[in-house]
Design a protein around this ligand. Structure first.
Ligand code: PLP
Length: 385
């Protein structure tokens, strides 16, 4: 059976060009870049190149790129690093719709005497900047707000937010894990202080990421030990991961506009066809300010998990907005924050595309989905009640 992979916000396929570039680094060029000998030392050149490739994609100076183990570490390092550097300030502002890599870290801060403000979103998943402005004060050490939402694809006006926050002398971090490689960025022209990205969301291997730290940003290292990464992130470097991430950044930078257009067209075709052919379906999130690859659709009165299992029978991979945890089906915190009704939040499905998806895969999914929805509706105890 063929696999139709529409779960690229969860993870992506490693690009063939990336795999080719990193393969020699396992058994042939396996030295430690910190070694004195040539065999190890030559690897430092590879890291330098990857740093330049990553910097070129996001429009910053290579010295502002810190390699990490992924999005989660970058988010945690940004939050902890900013707070440790401003020990007298005790307030952090974030949003209700962040990824757990940010939200869990922030919520734990409450146990350590911090005040954590979680900004609300409206029913389209948009922030109210007036609320942010009102909550900013002299005790605020950090504002951390995601660039785009992983579940709905909704994009926040991050440059505007960064100007507002840094204009008040407060550090600003953004989790751009779902954005880098999908939307062109130019950090040299923005006032973002720190930005997280993750390799496995843009066709690099898992377990590598970047924390961008603008020169002059208050930051105290989260991982301490050796002198790697200019003393900002200790630990022997994940060389294949870093080199692979560099190559993936180069590939993304080369084709970003063209791929955006292709992916958006396929996503729109899939979304429009499903919304038209499935009664009681609705789009979640701001239709306009959205990542080009993501659509989040609710099918009223049925369970997302049941839809996923039936799609899976046809080899179609998507994801659902509810997490089945410890026997209770909790709808997604993002959809709940948007006020999506219970009956719709439970039946939400996210399709997330990549440059590797084809028209044929979209047509196949458009053909298979409506009968699945109709079948589950007939079985639903909620329909007509
Ligand atoms: N932030 C966002 C918005 C994400 O979507 C993810 C992964 O799904 C992460 C952070 C975590 O990244 P990683 O899996 O590299 O730790």
């Amino acid at each position: 059976m063929k696999t139709v992979y529409f779960d690229n916000n969860a993870t992506t396929k490693v690009a063939e060009e990336v795999l080719e570039e990193i393969t020699p680094l396992f058994c042939d060029l396996y030295g430690n870049p910190s070694s004195m000998h040539t065999f190890g030392g030559q690897i430092a050149r590879r890291i330098r190149k990857a740093r330049e490739q990553a910097a070129a994609l996001i429009g910053c100076d290579p010295a502002e790129i810190i390699f990490t183990s992924g999005g989660t570490e970058s988010d945690n390092a940004a939050i902890q690093g900013a707070l440790a550097a401003s020990p007298n300030k005790r307030k952090v502002i974030t949003t209700r719709v962040e990824h757990p890599a940010v939200l869990t870290d922030c919520r734990q801060l409450e146990n350590h005497g911090y005040t954590v403000v979680e900004l609300a979103v409206d029913k389209e998943g948009r922030l109210d900047l007036a609320e942010l402005e009102e909550k900013l004060d002299d005790d605020t050490a950090l504002v951390t707000i995601m660039y785009a939402n992983n579940e709905t694809g909704v994009i926040f006006p991050i440059d505007k937010i960064a100007d507002l926050v840094t204009g008040r002398g407060v550090s600003f971090h953004t989790d751009a894990v779902q954005v880098v490689g999908k939307i062109p960025l130019n950090l040299a022209n923005s006032s973002i202080d720190m930005l997280s990205l993750s390799g496995h969301k843009l066709h690099a291997p898992k377990g590598v990421g970047v924390l961008y730290i603008r020169k002059g940003t208050r930051f105290s290292p989260f991982m301490v030990g050796g002198h790697q990464e200019a003393g900002k992130r200790a630990g022997t470097e994940n060389i294949p991961g870093i080199v692979g991430l560099g190559k993936a950044c180069e590939l993304a930078a080369e084709n970003i506009e063209e791929e955006n257009n292709k992916v958006r067209r396929l996503r729109d075709k899939l979304e429009n066809a499903i919304l038209e052919s499935c009664p009681d379906s609705r789009l979640n999130g701001d239709k306009e300010n959205r990542l080009p690859n993501t659509t989040n659709i609710s099918f009223e009165y049925i369970e997302g998990e049941a839809i996923l299992l039936m799609l899976d029978k046809y080899g179609i991979c998507a994801s659902s907005g509810s997490a089945c945890t410890s026997g209770s089906l909790e709808p997604s915190h993002v959809l709940r924050a948007m006020g999506v009704p219970f009956t719709a939040a439970h039946g939400s499905i996210r399709f997330s595309l990549s440059r590797y998806n084809t028209e044929e895969e979209v047509d196949y999914t458009v053909e298979k989905t409506p009968p699945i929805i109709n079948k589950l509706r007939r079985l639903s105890p909620f329909v007509g009640k």
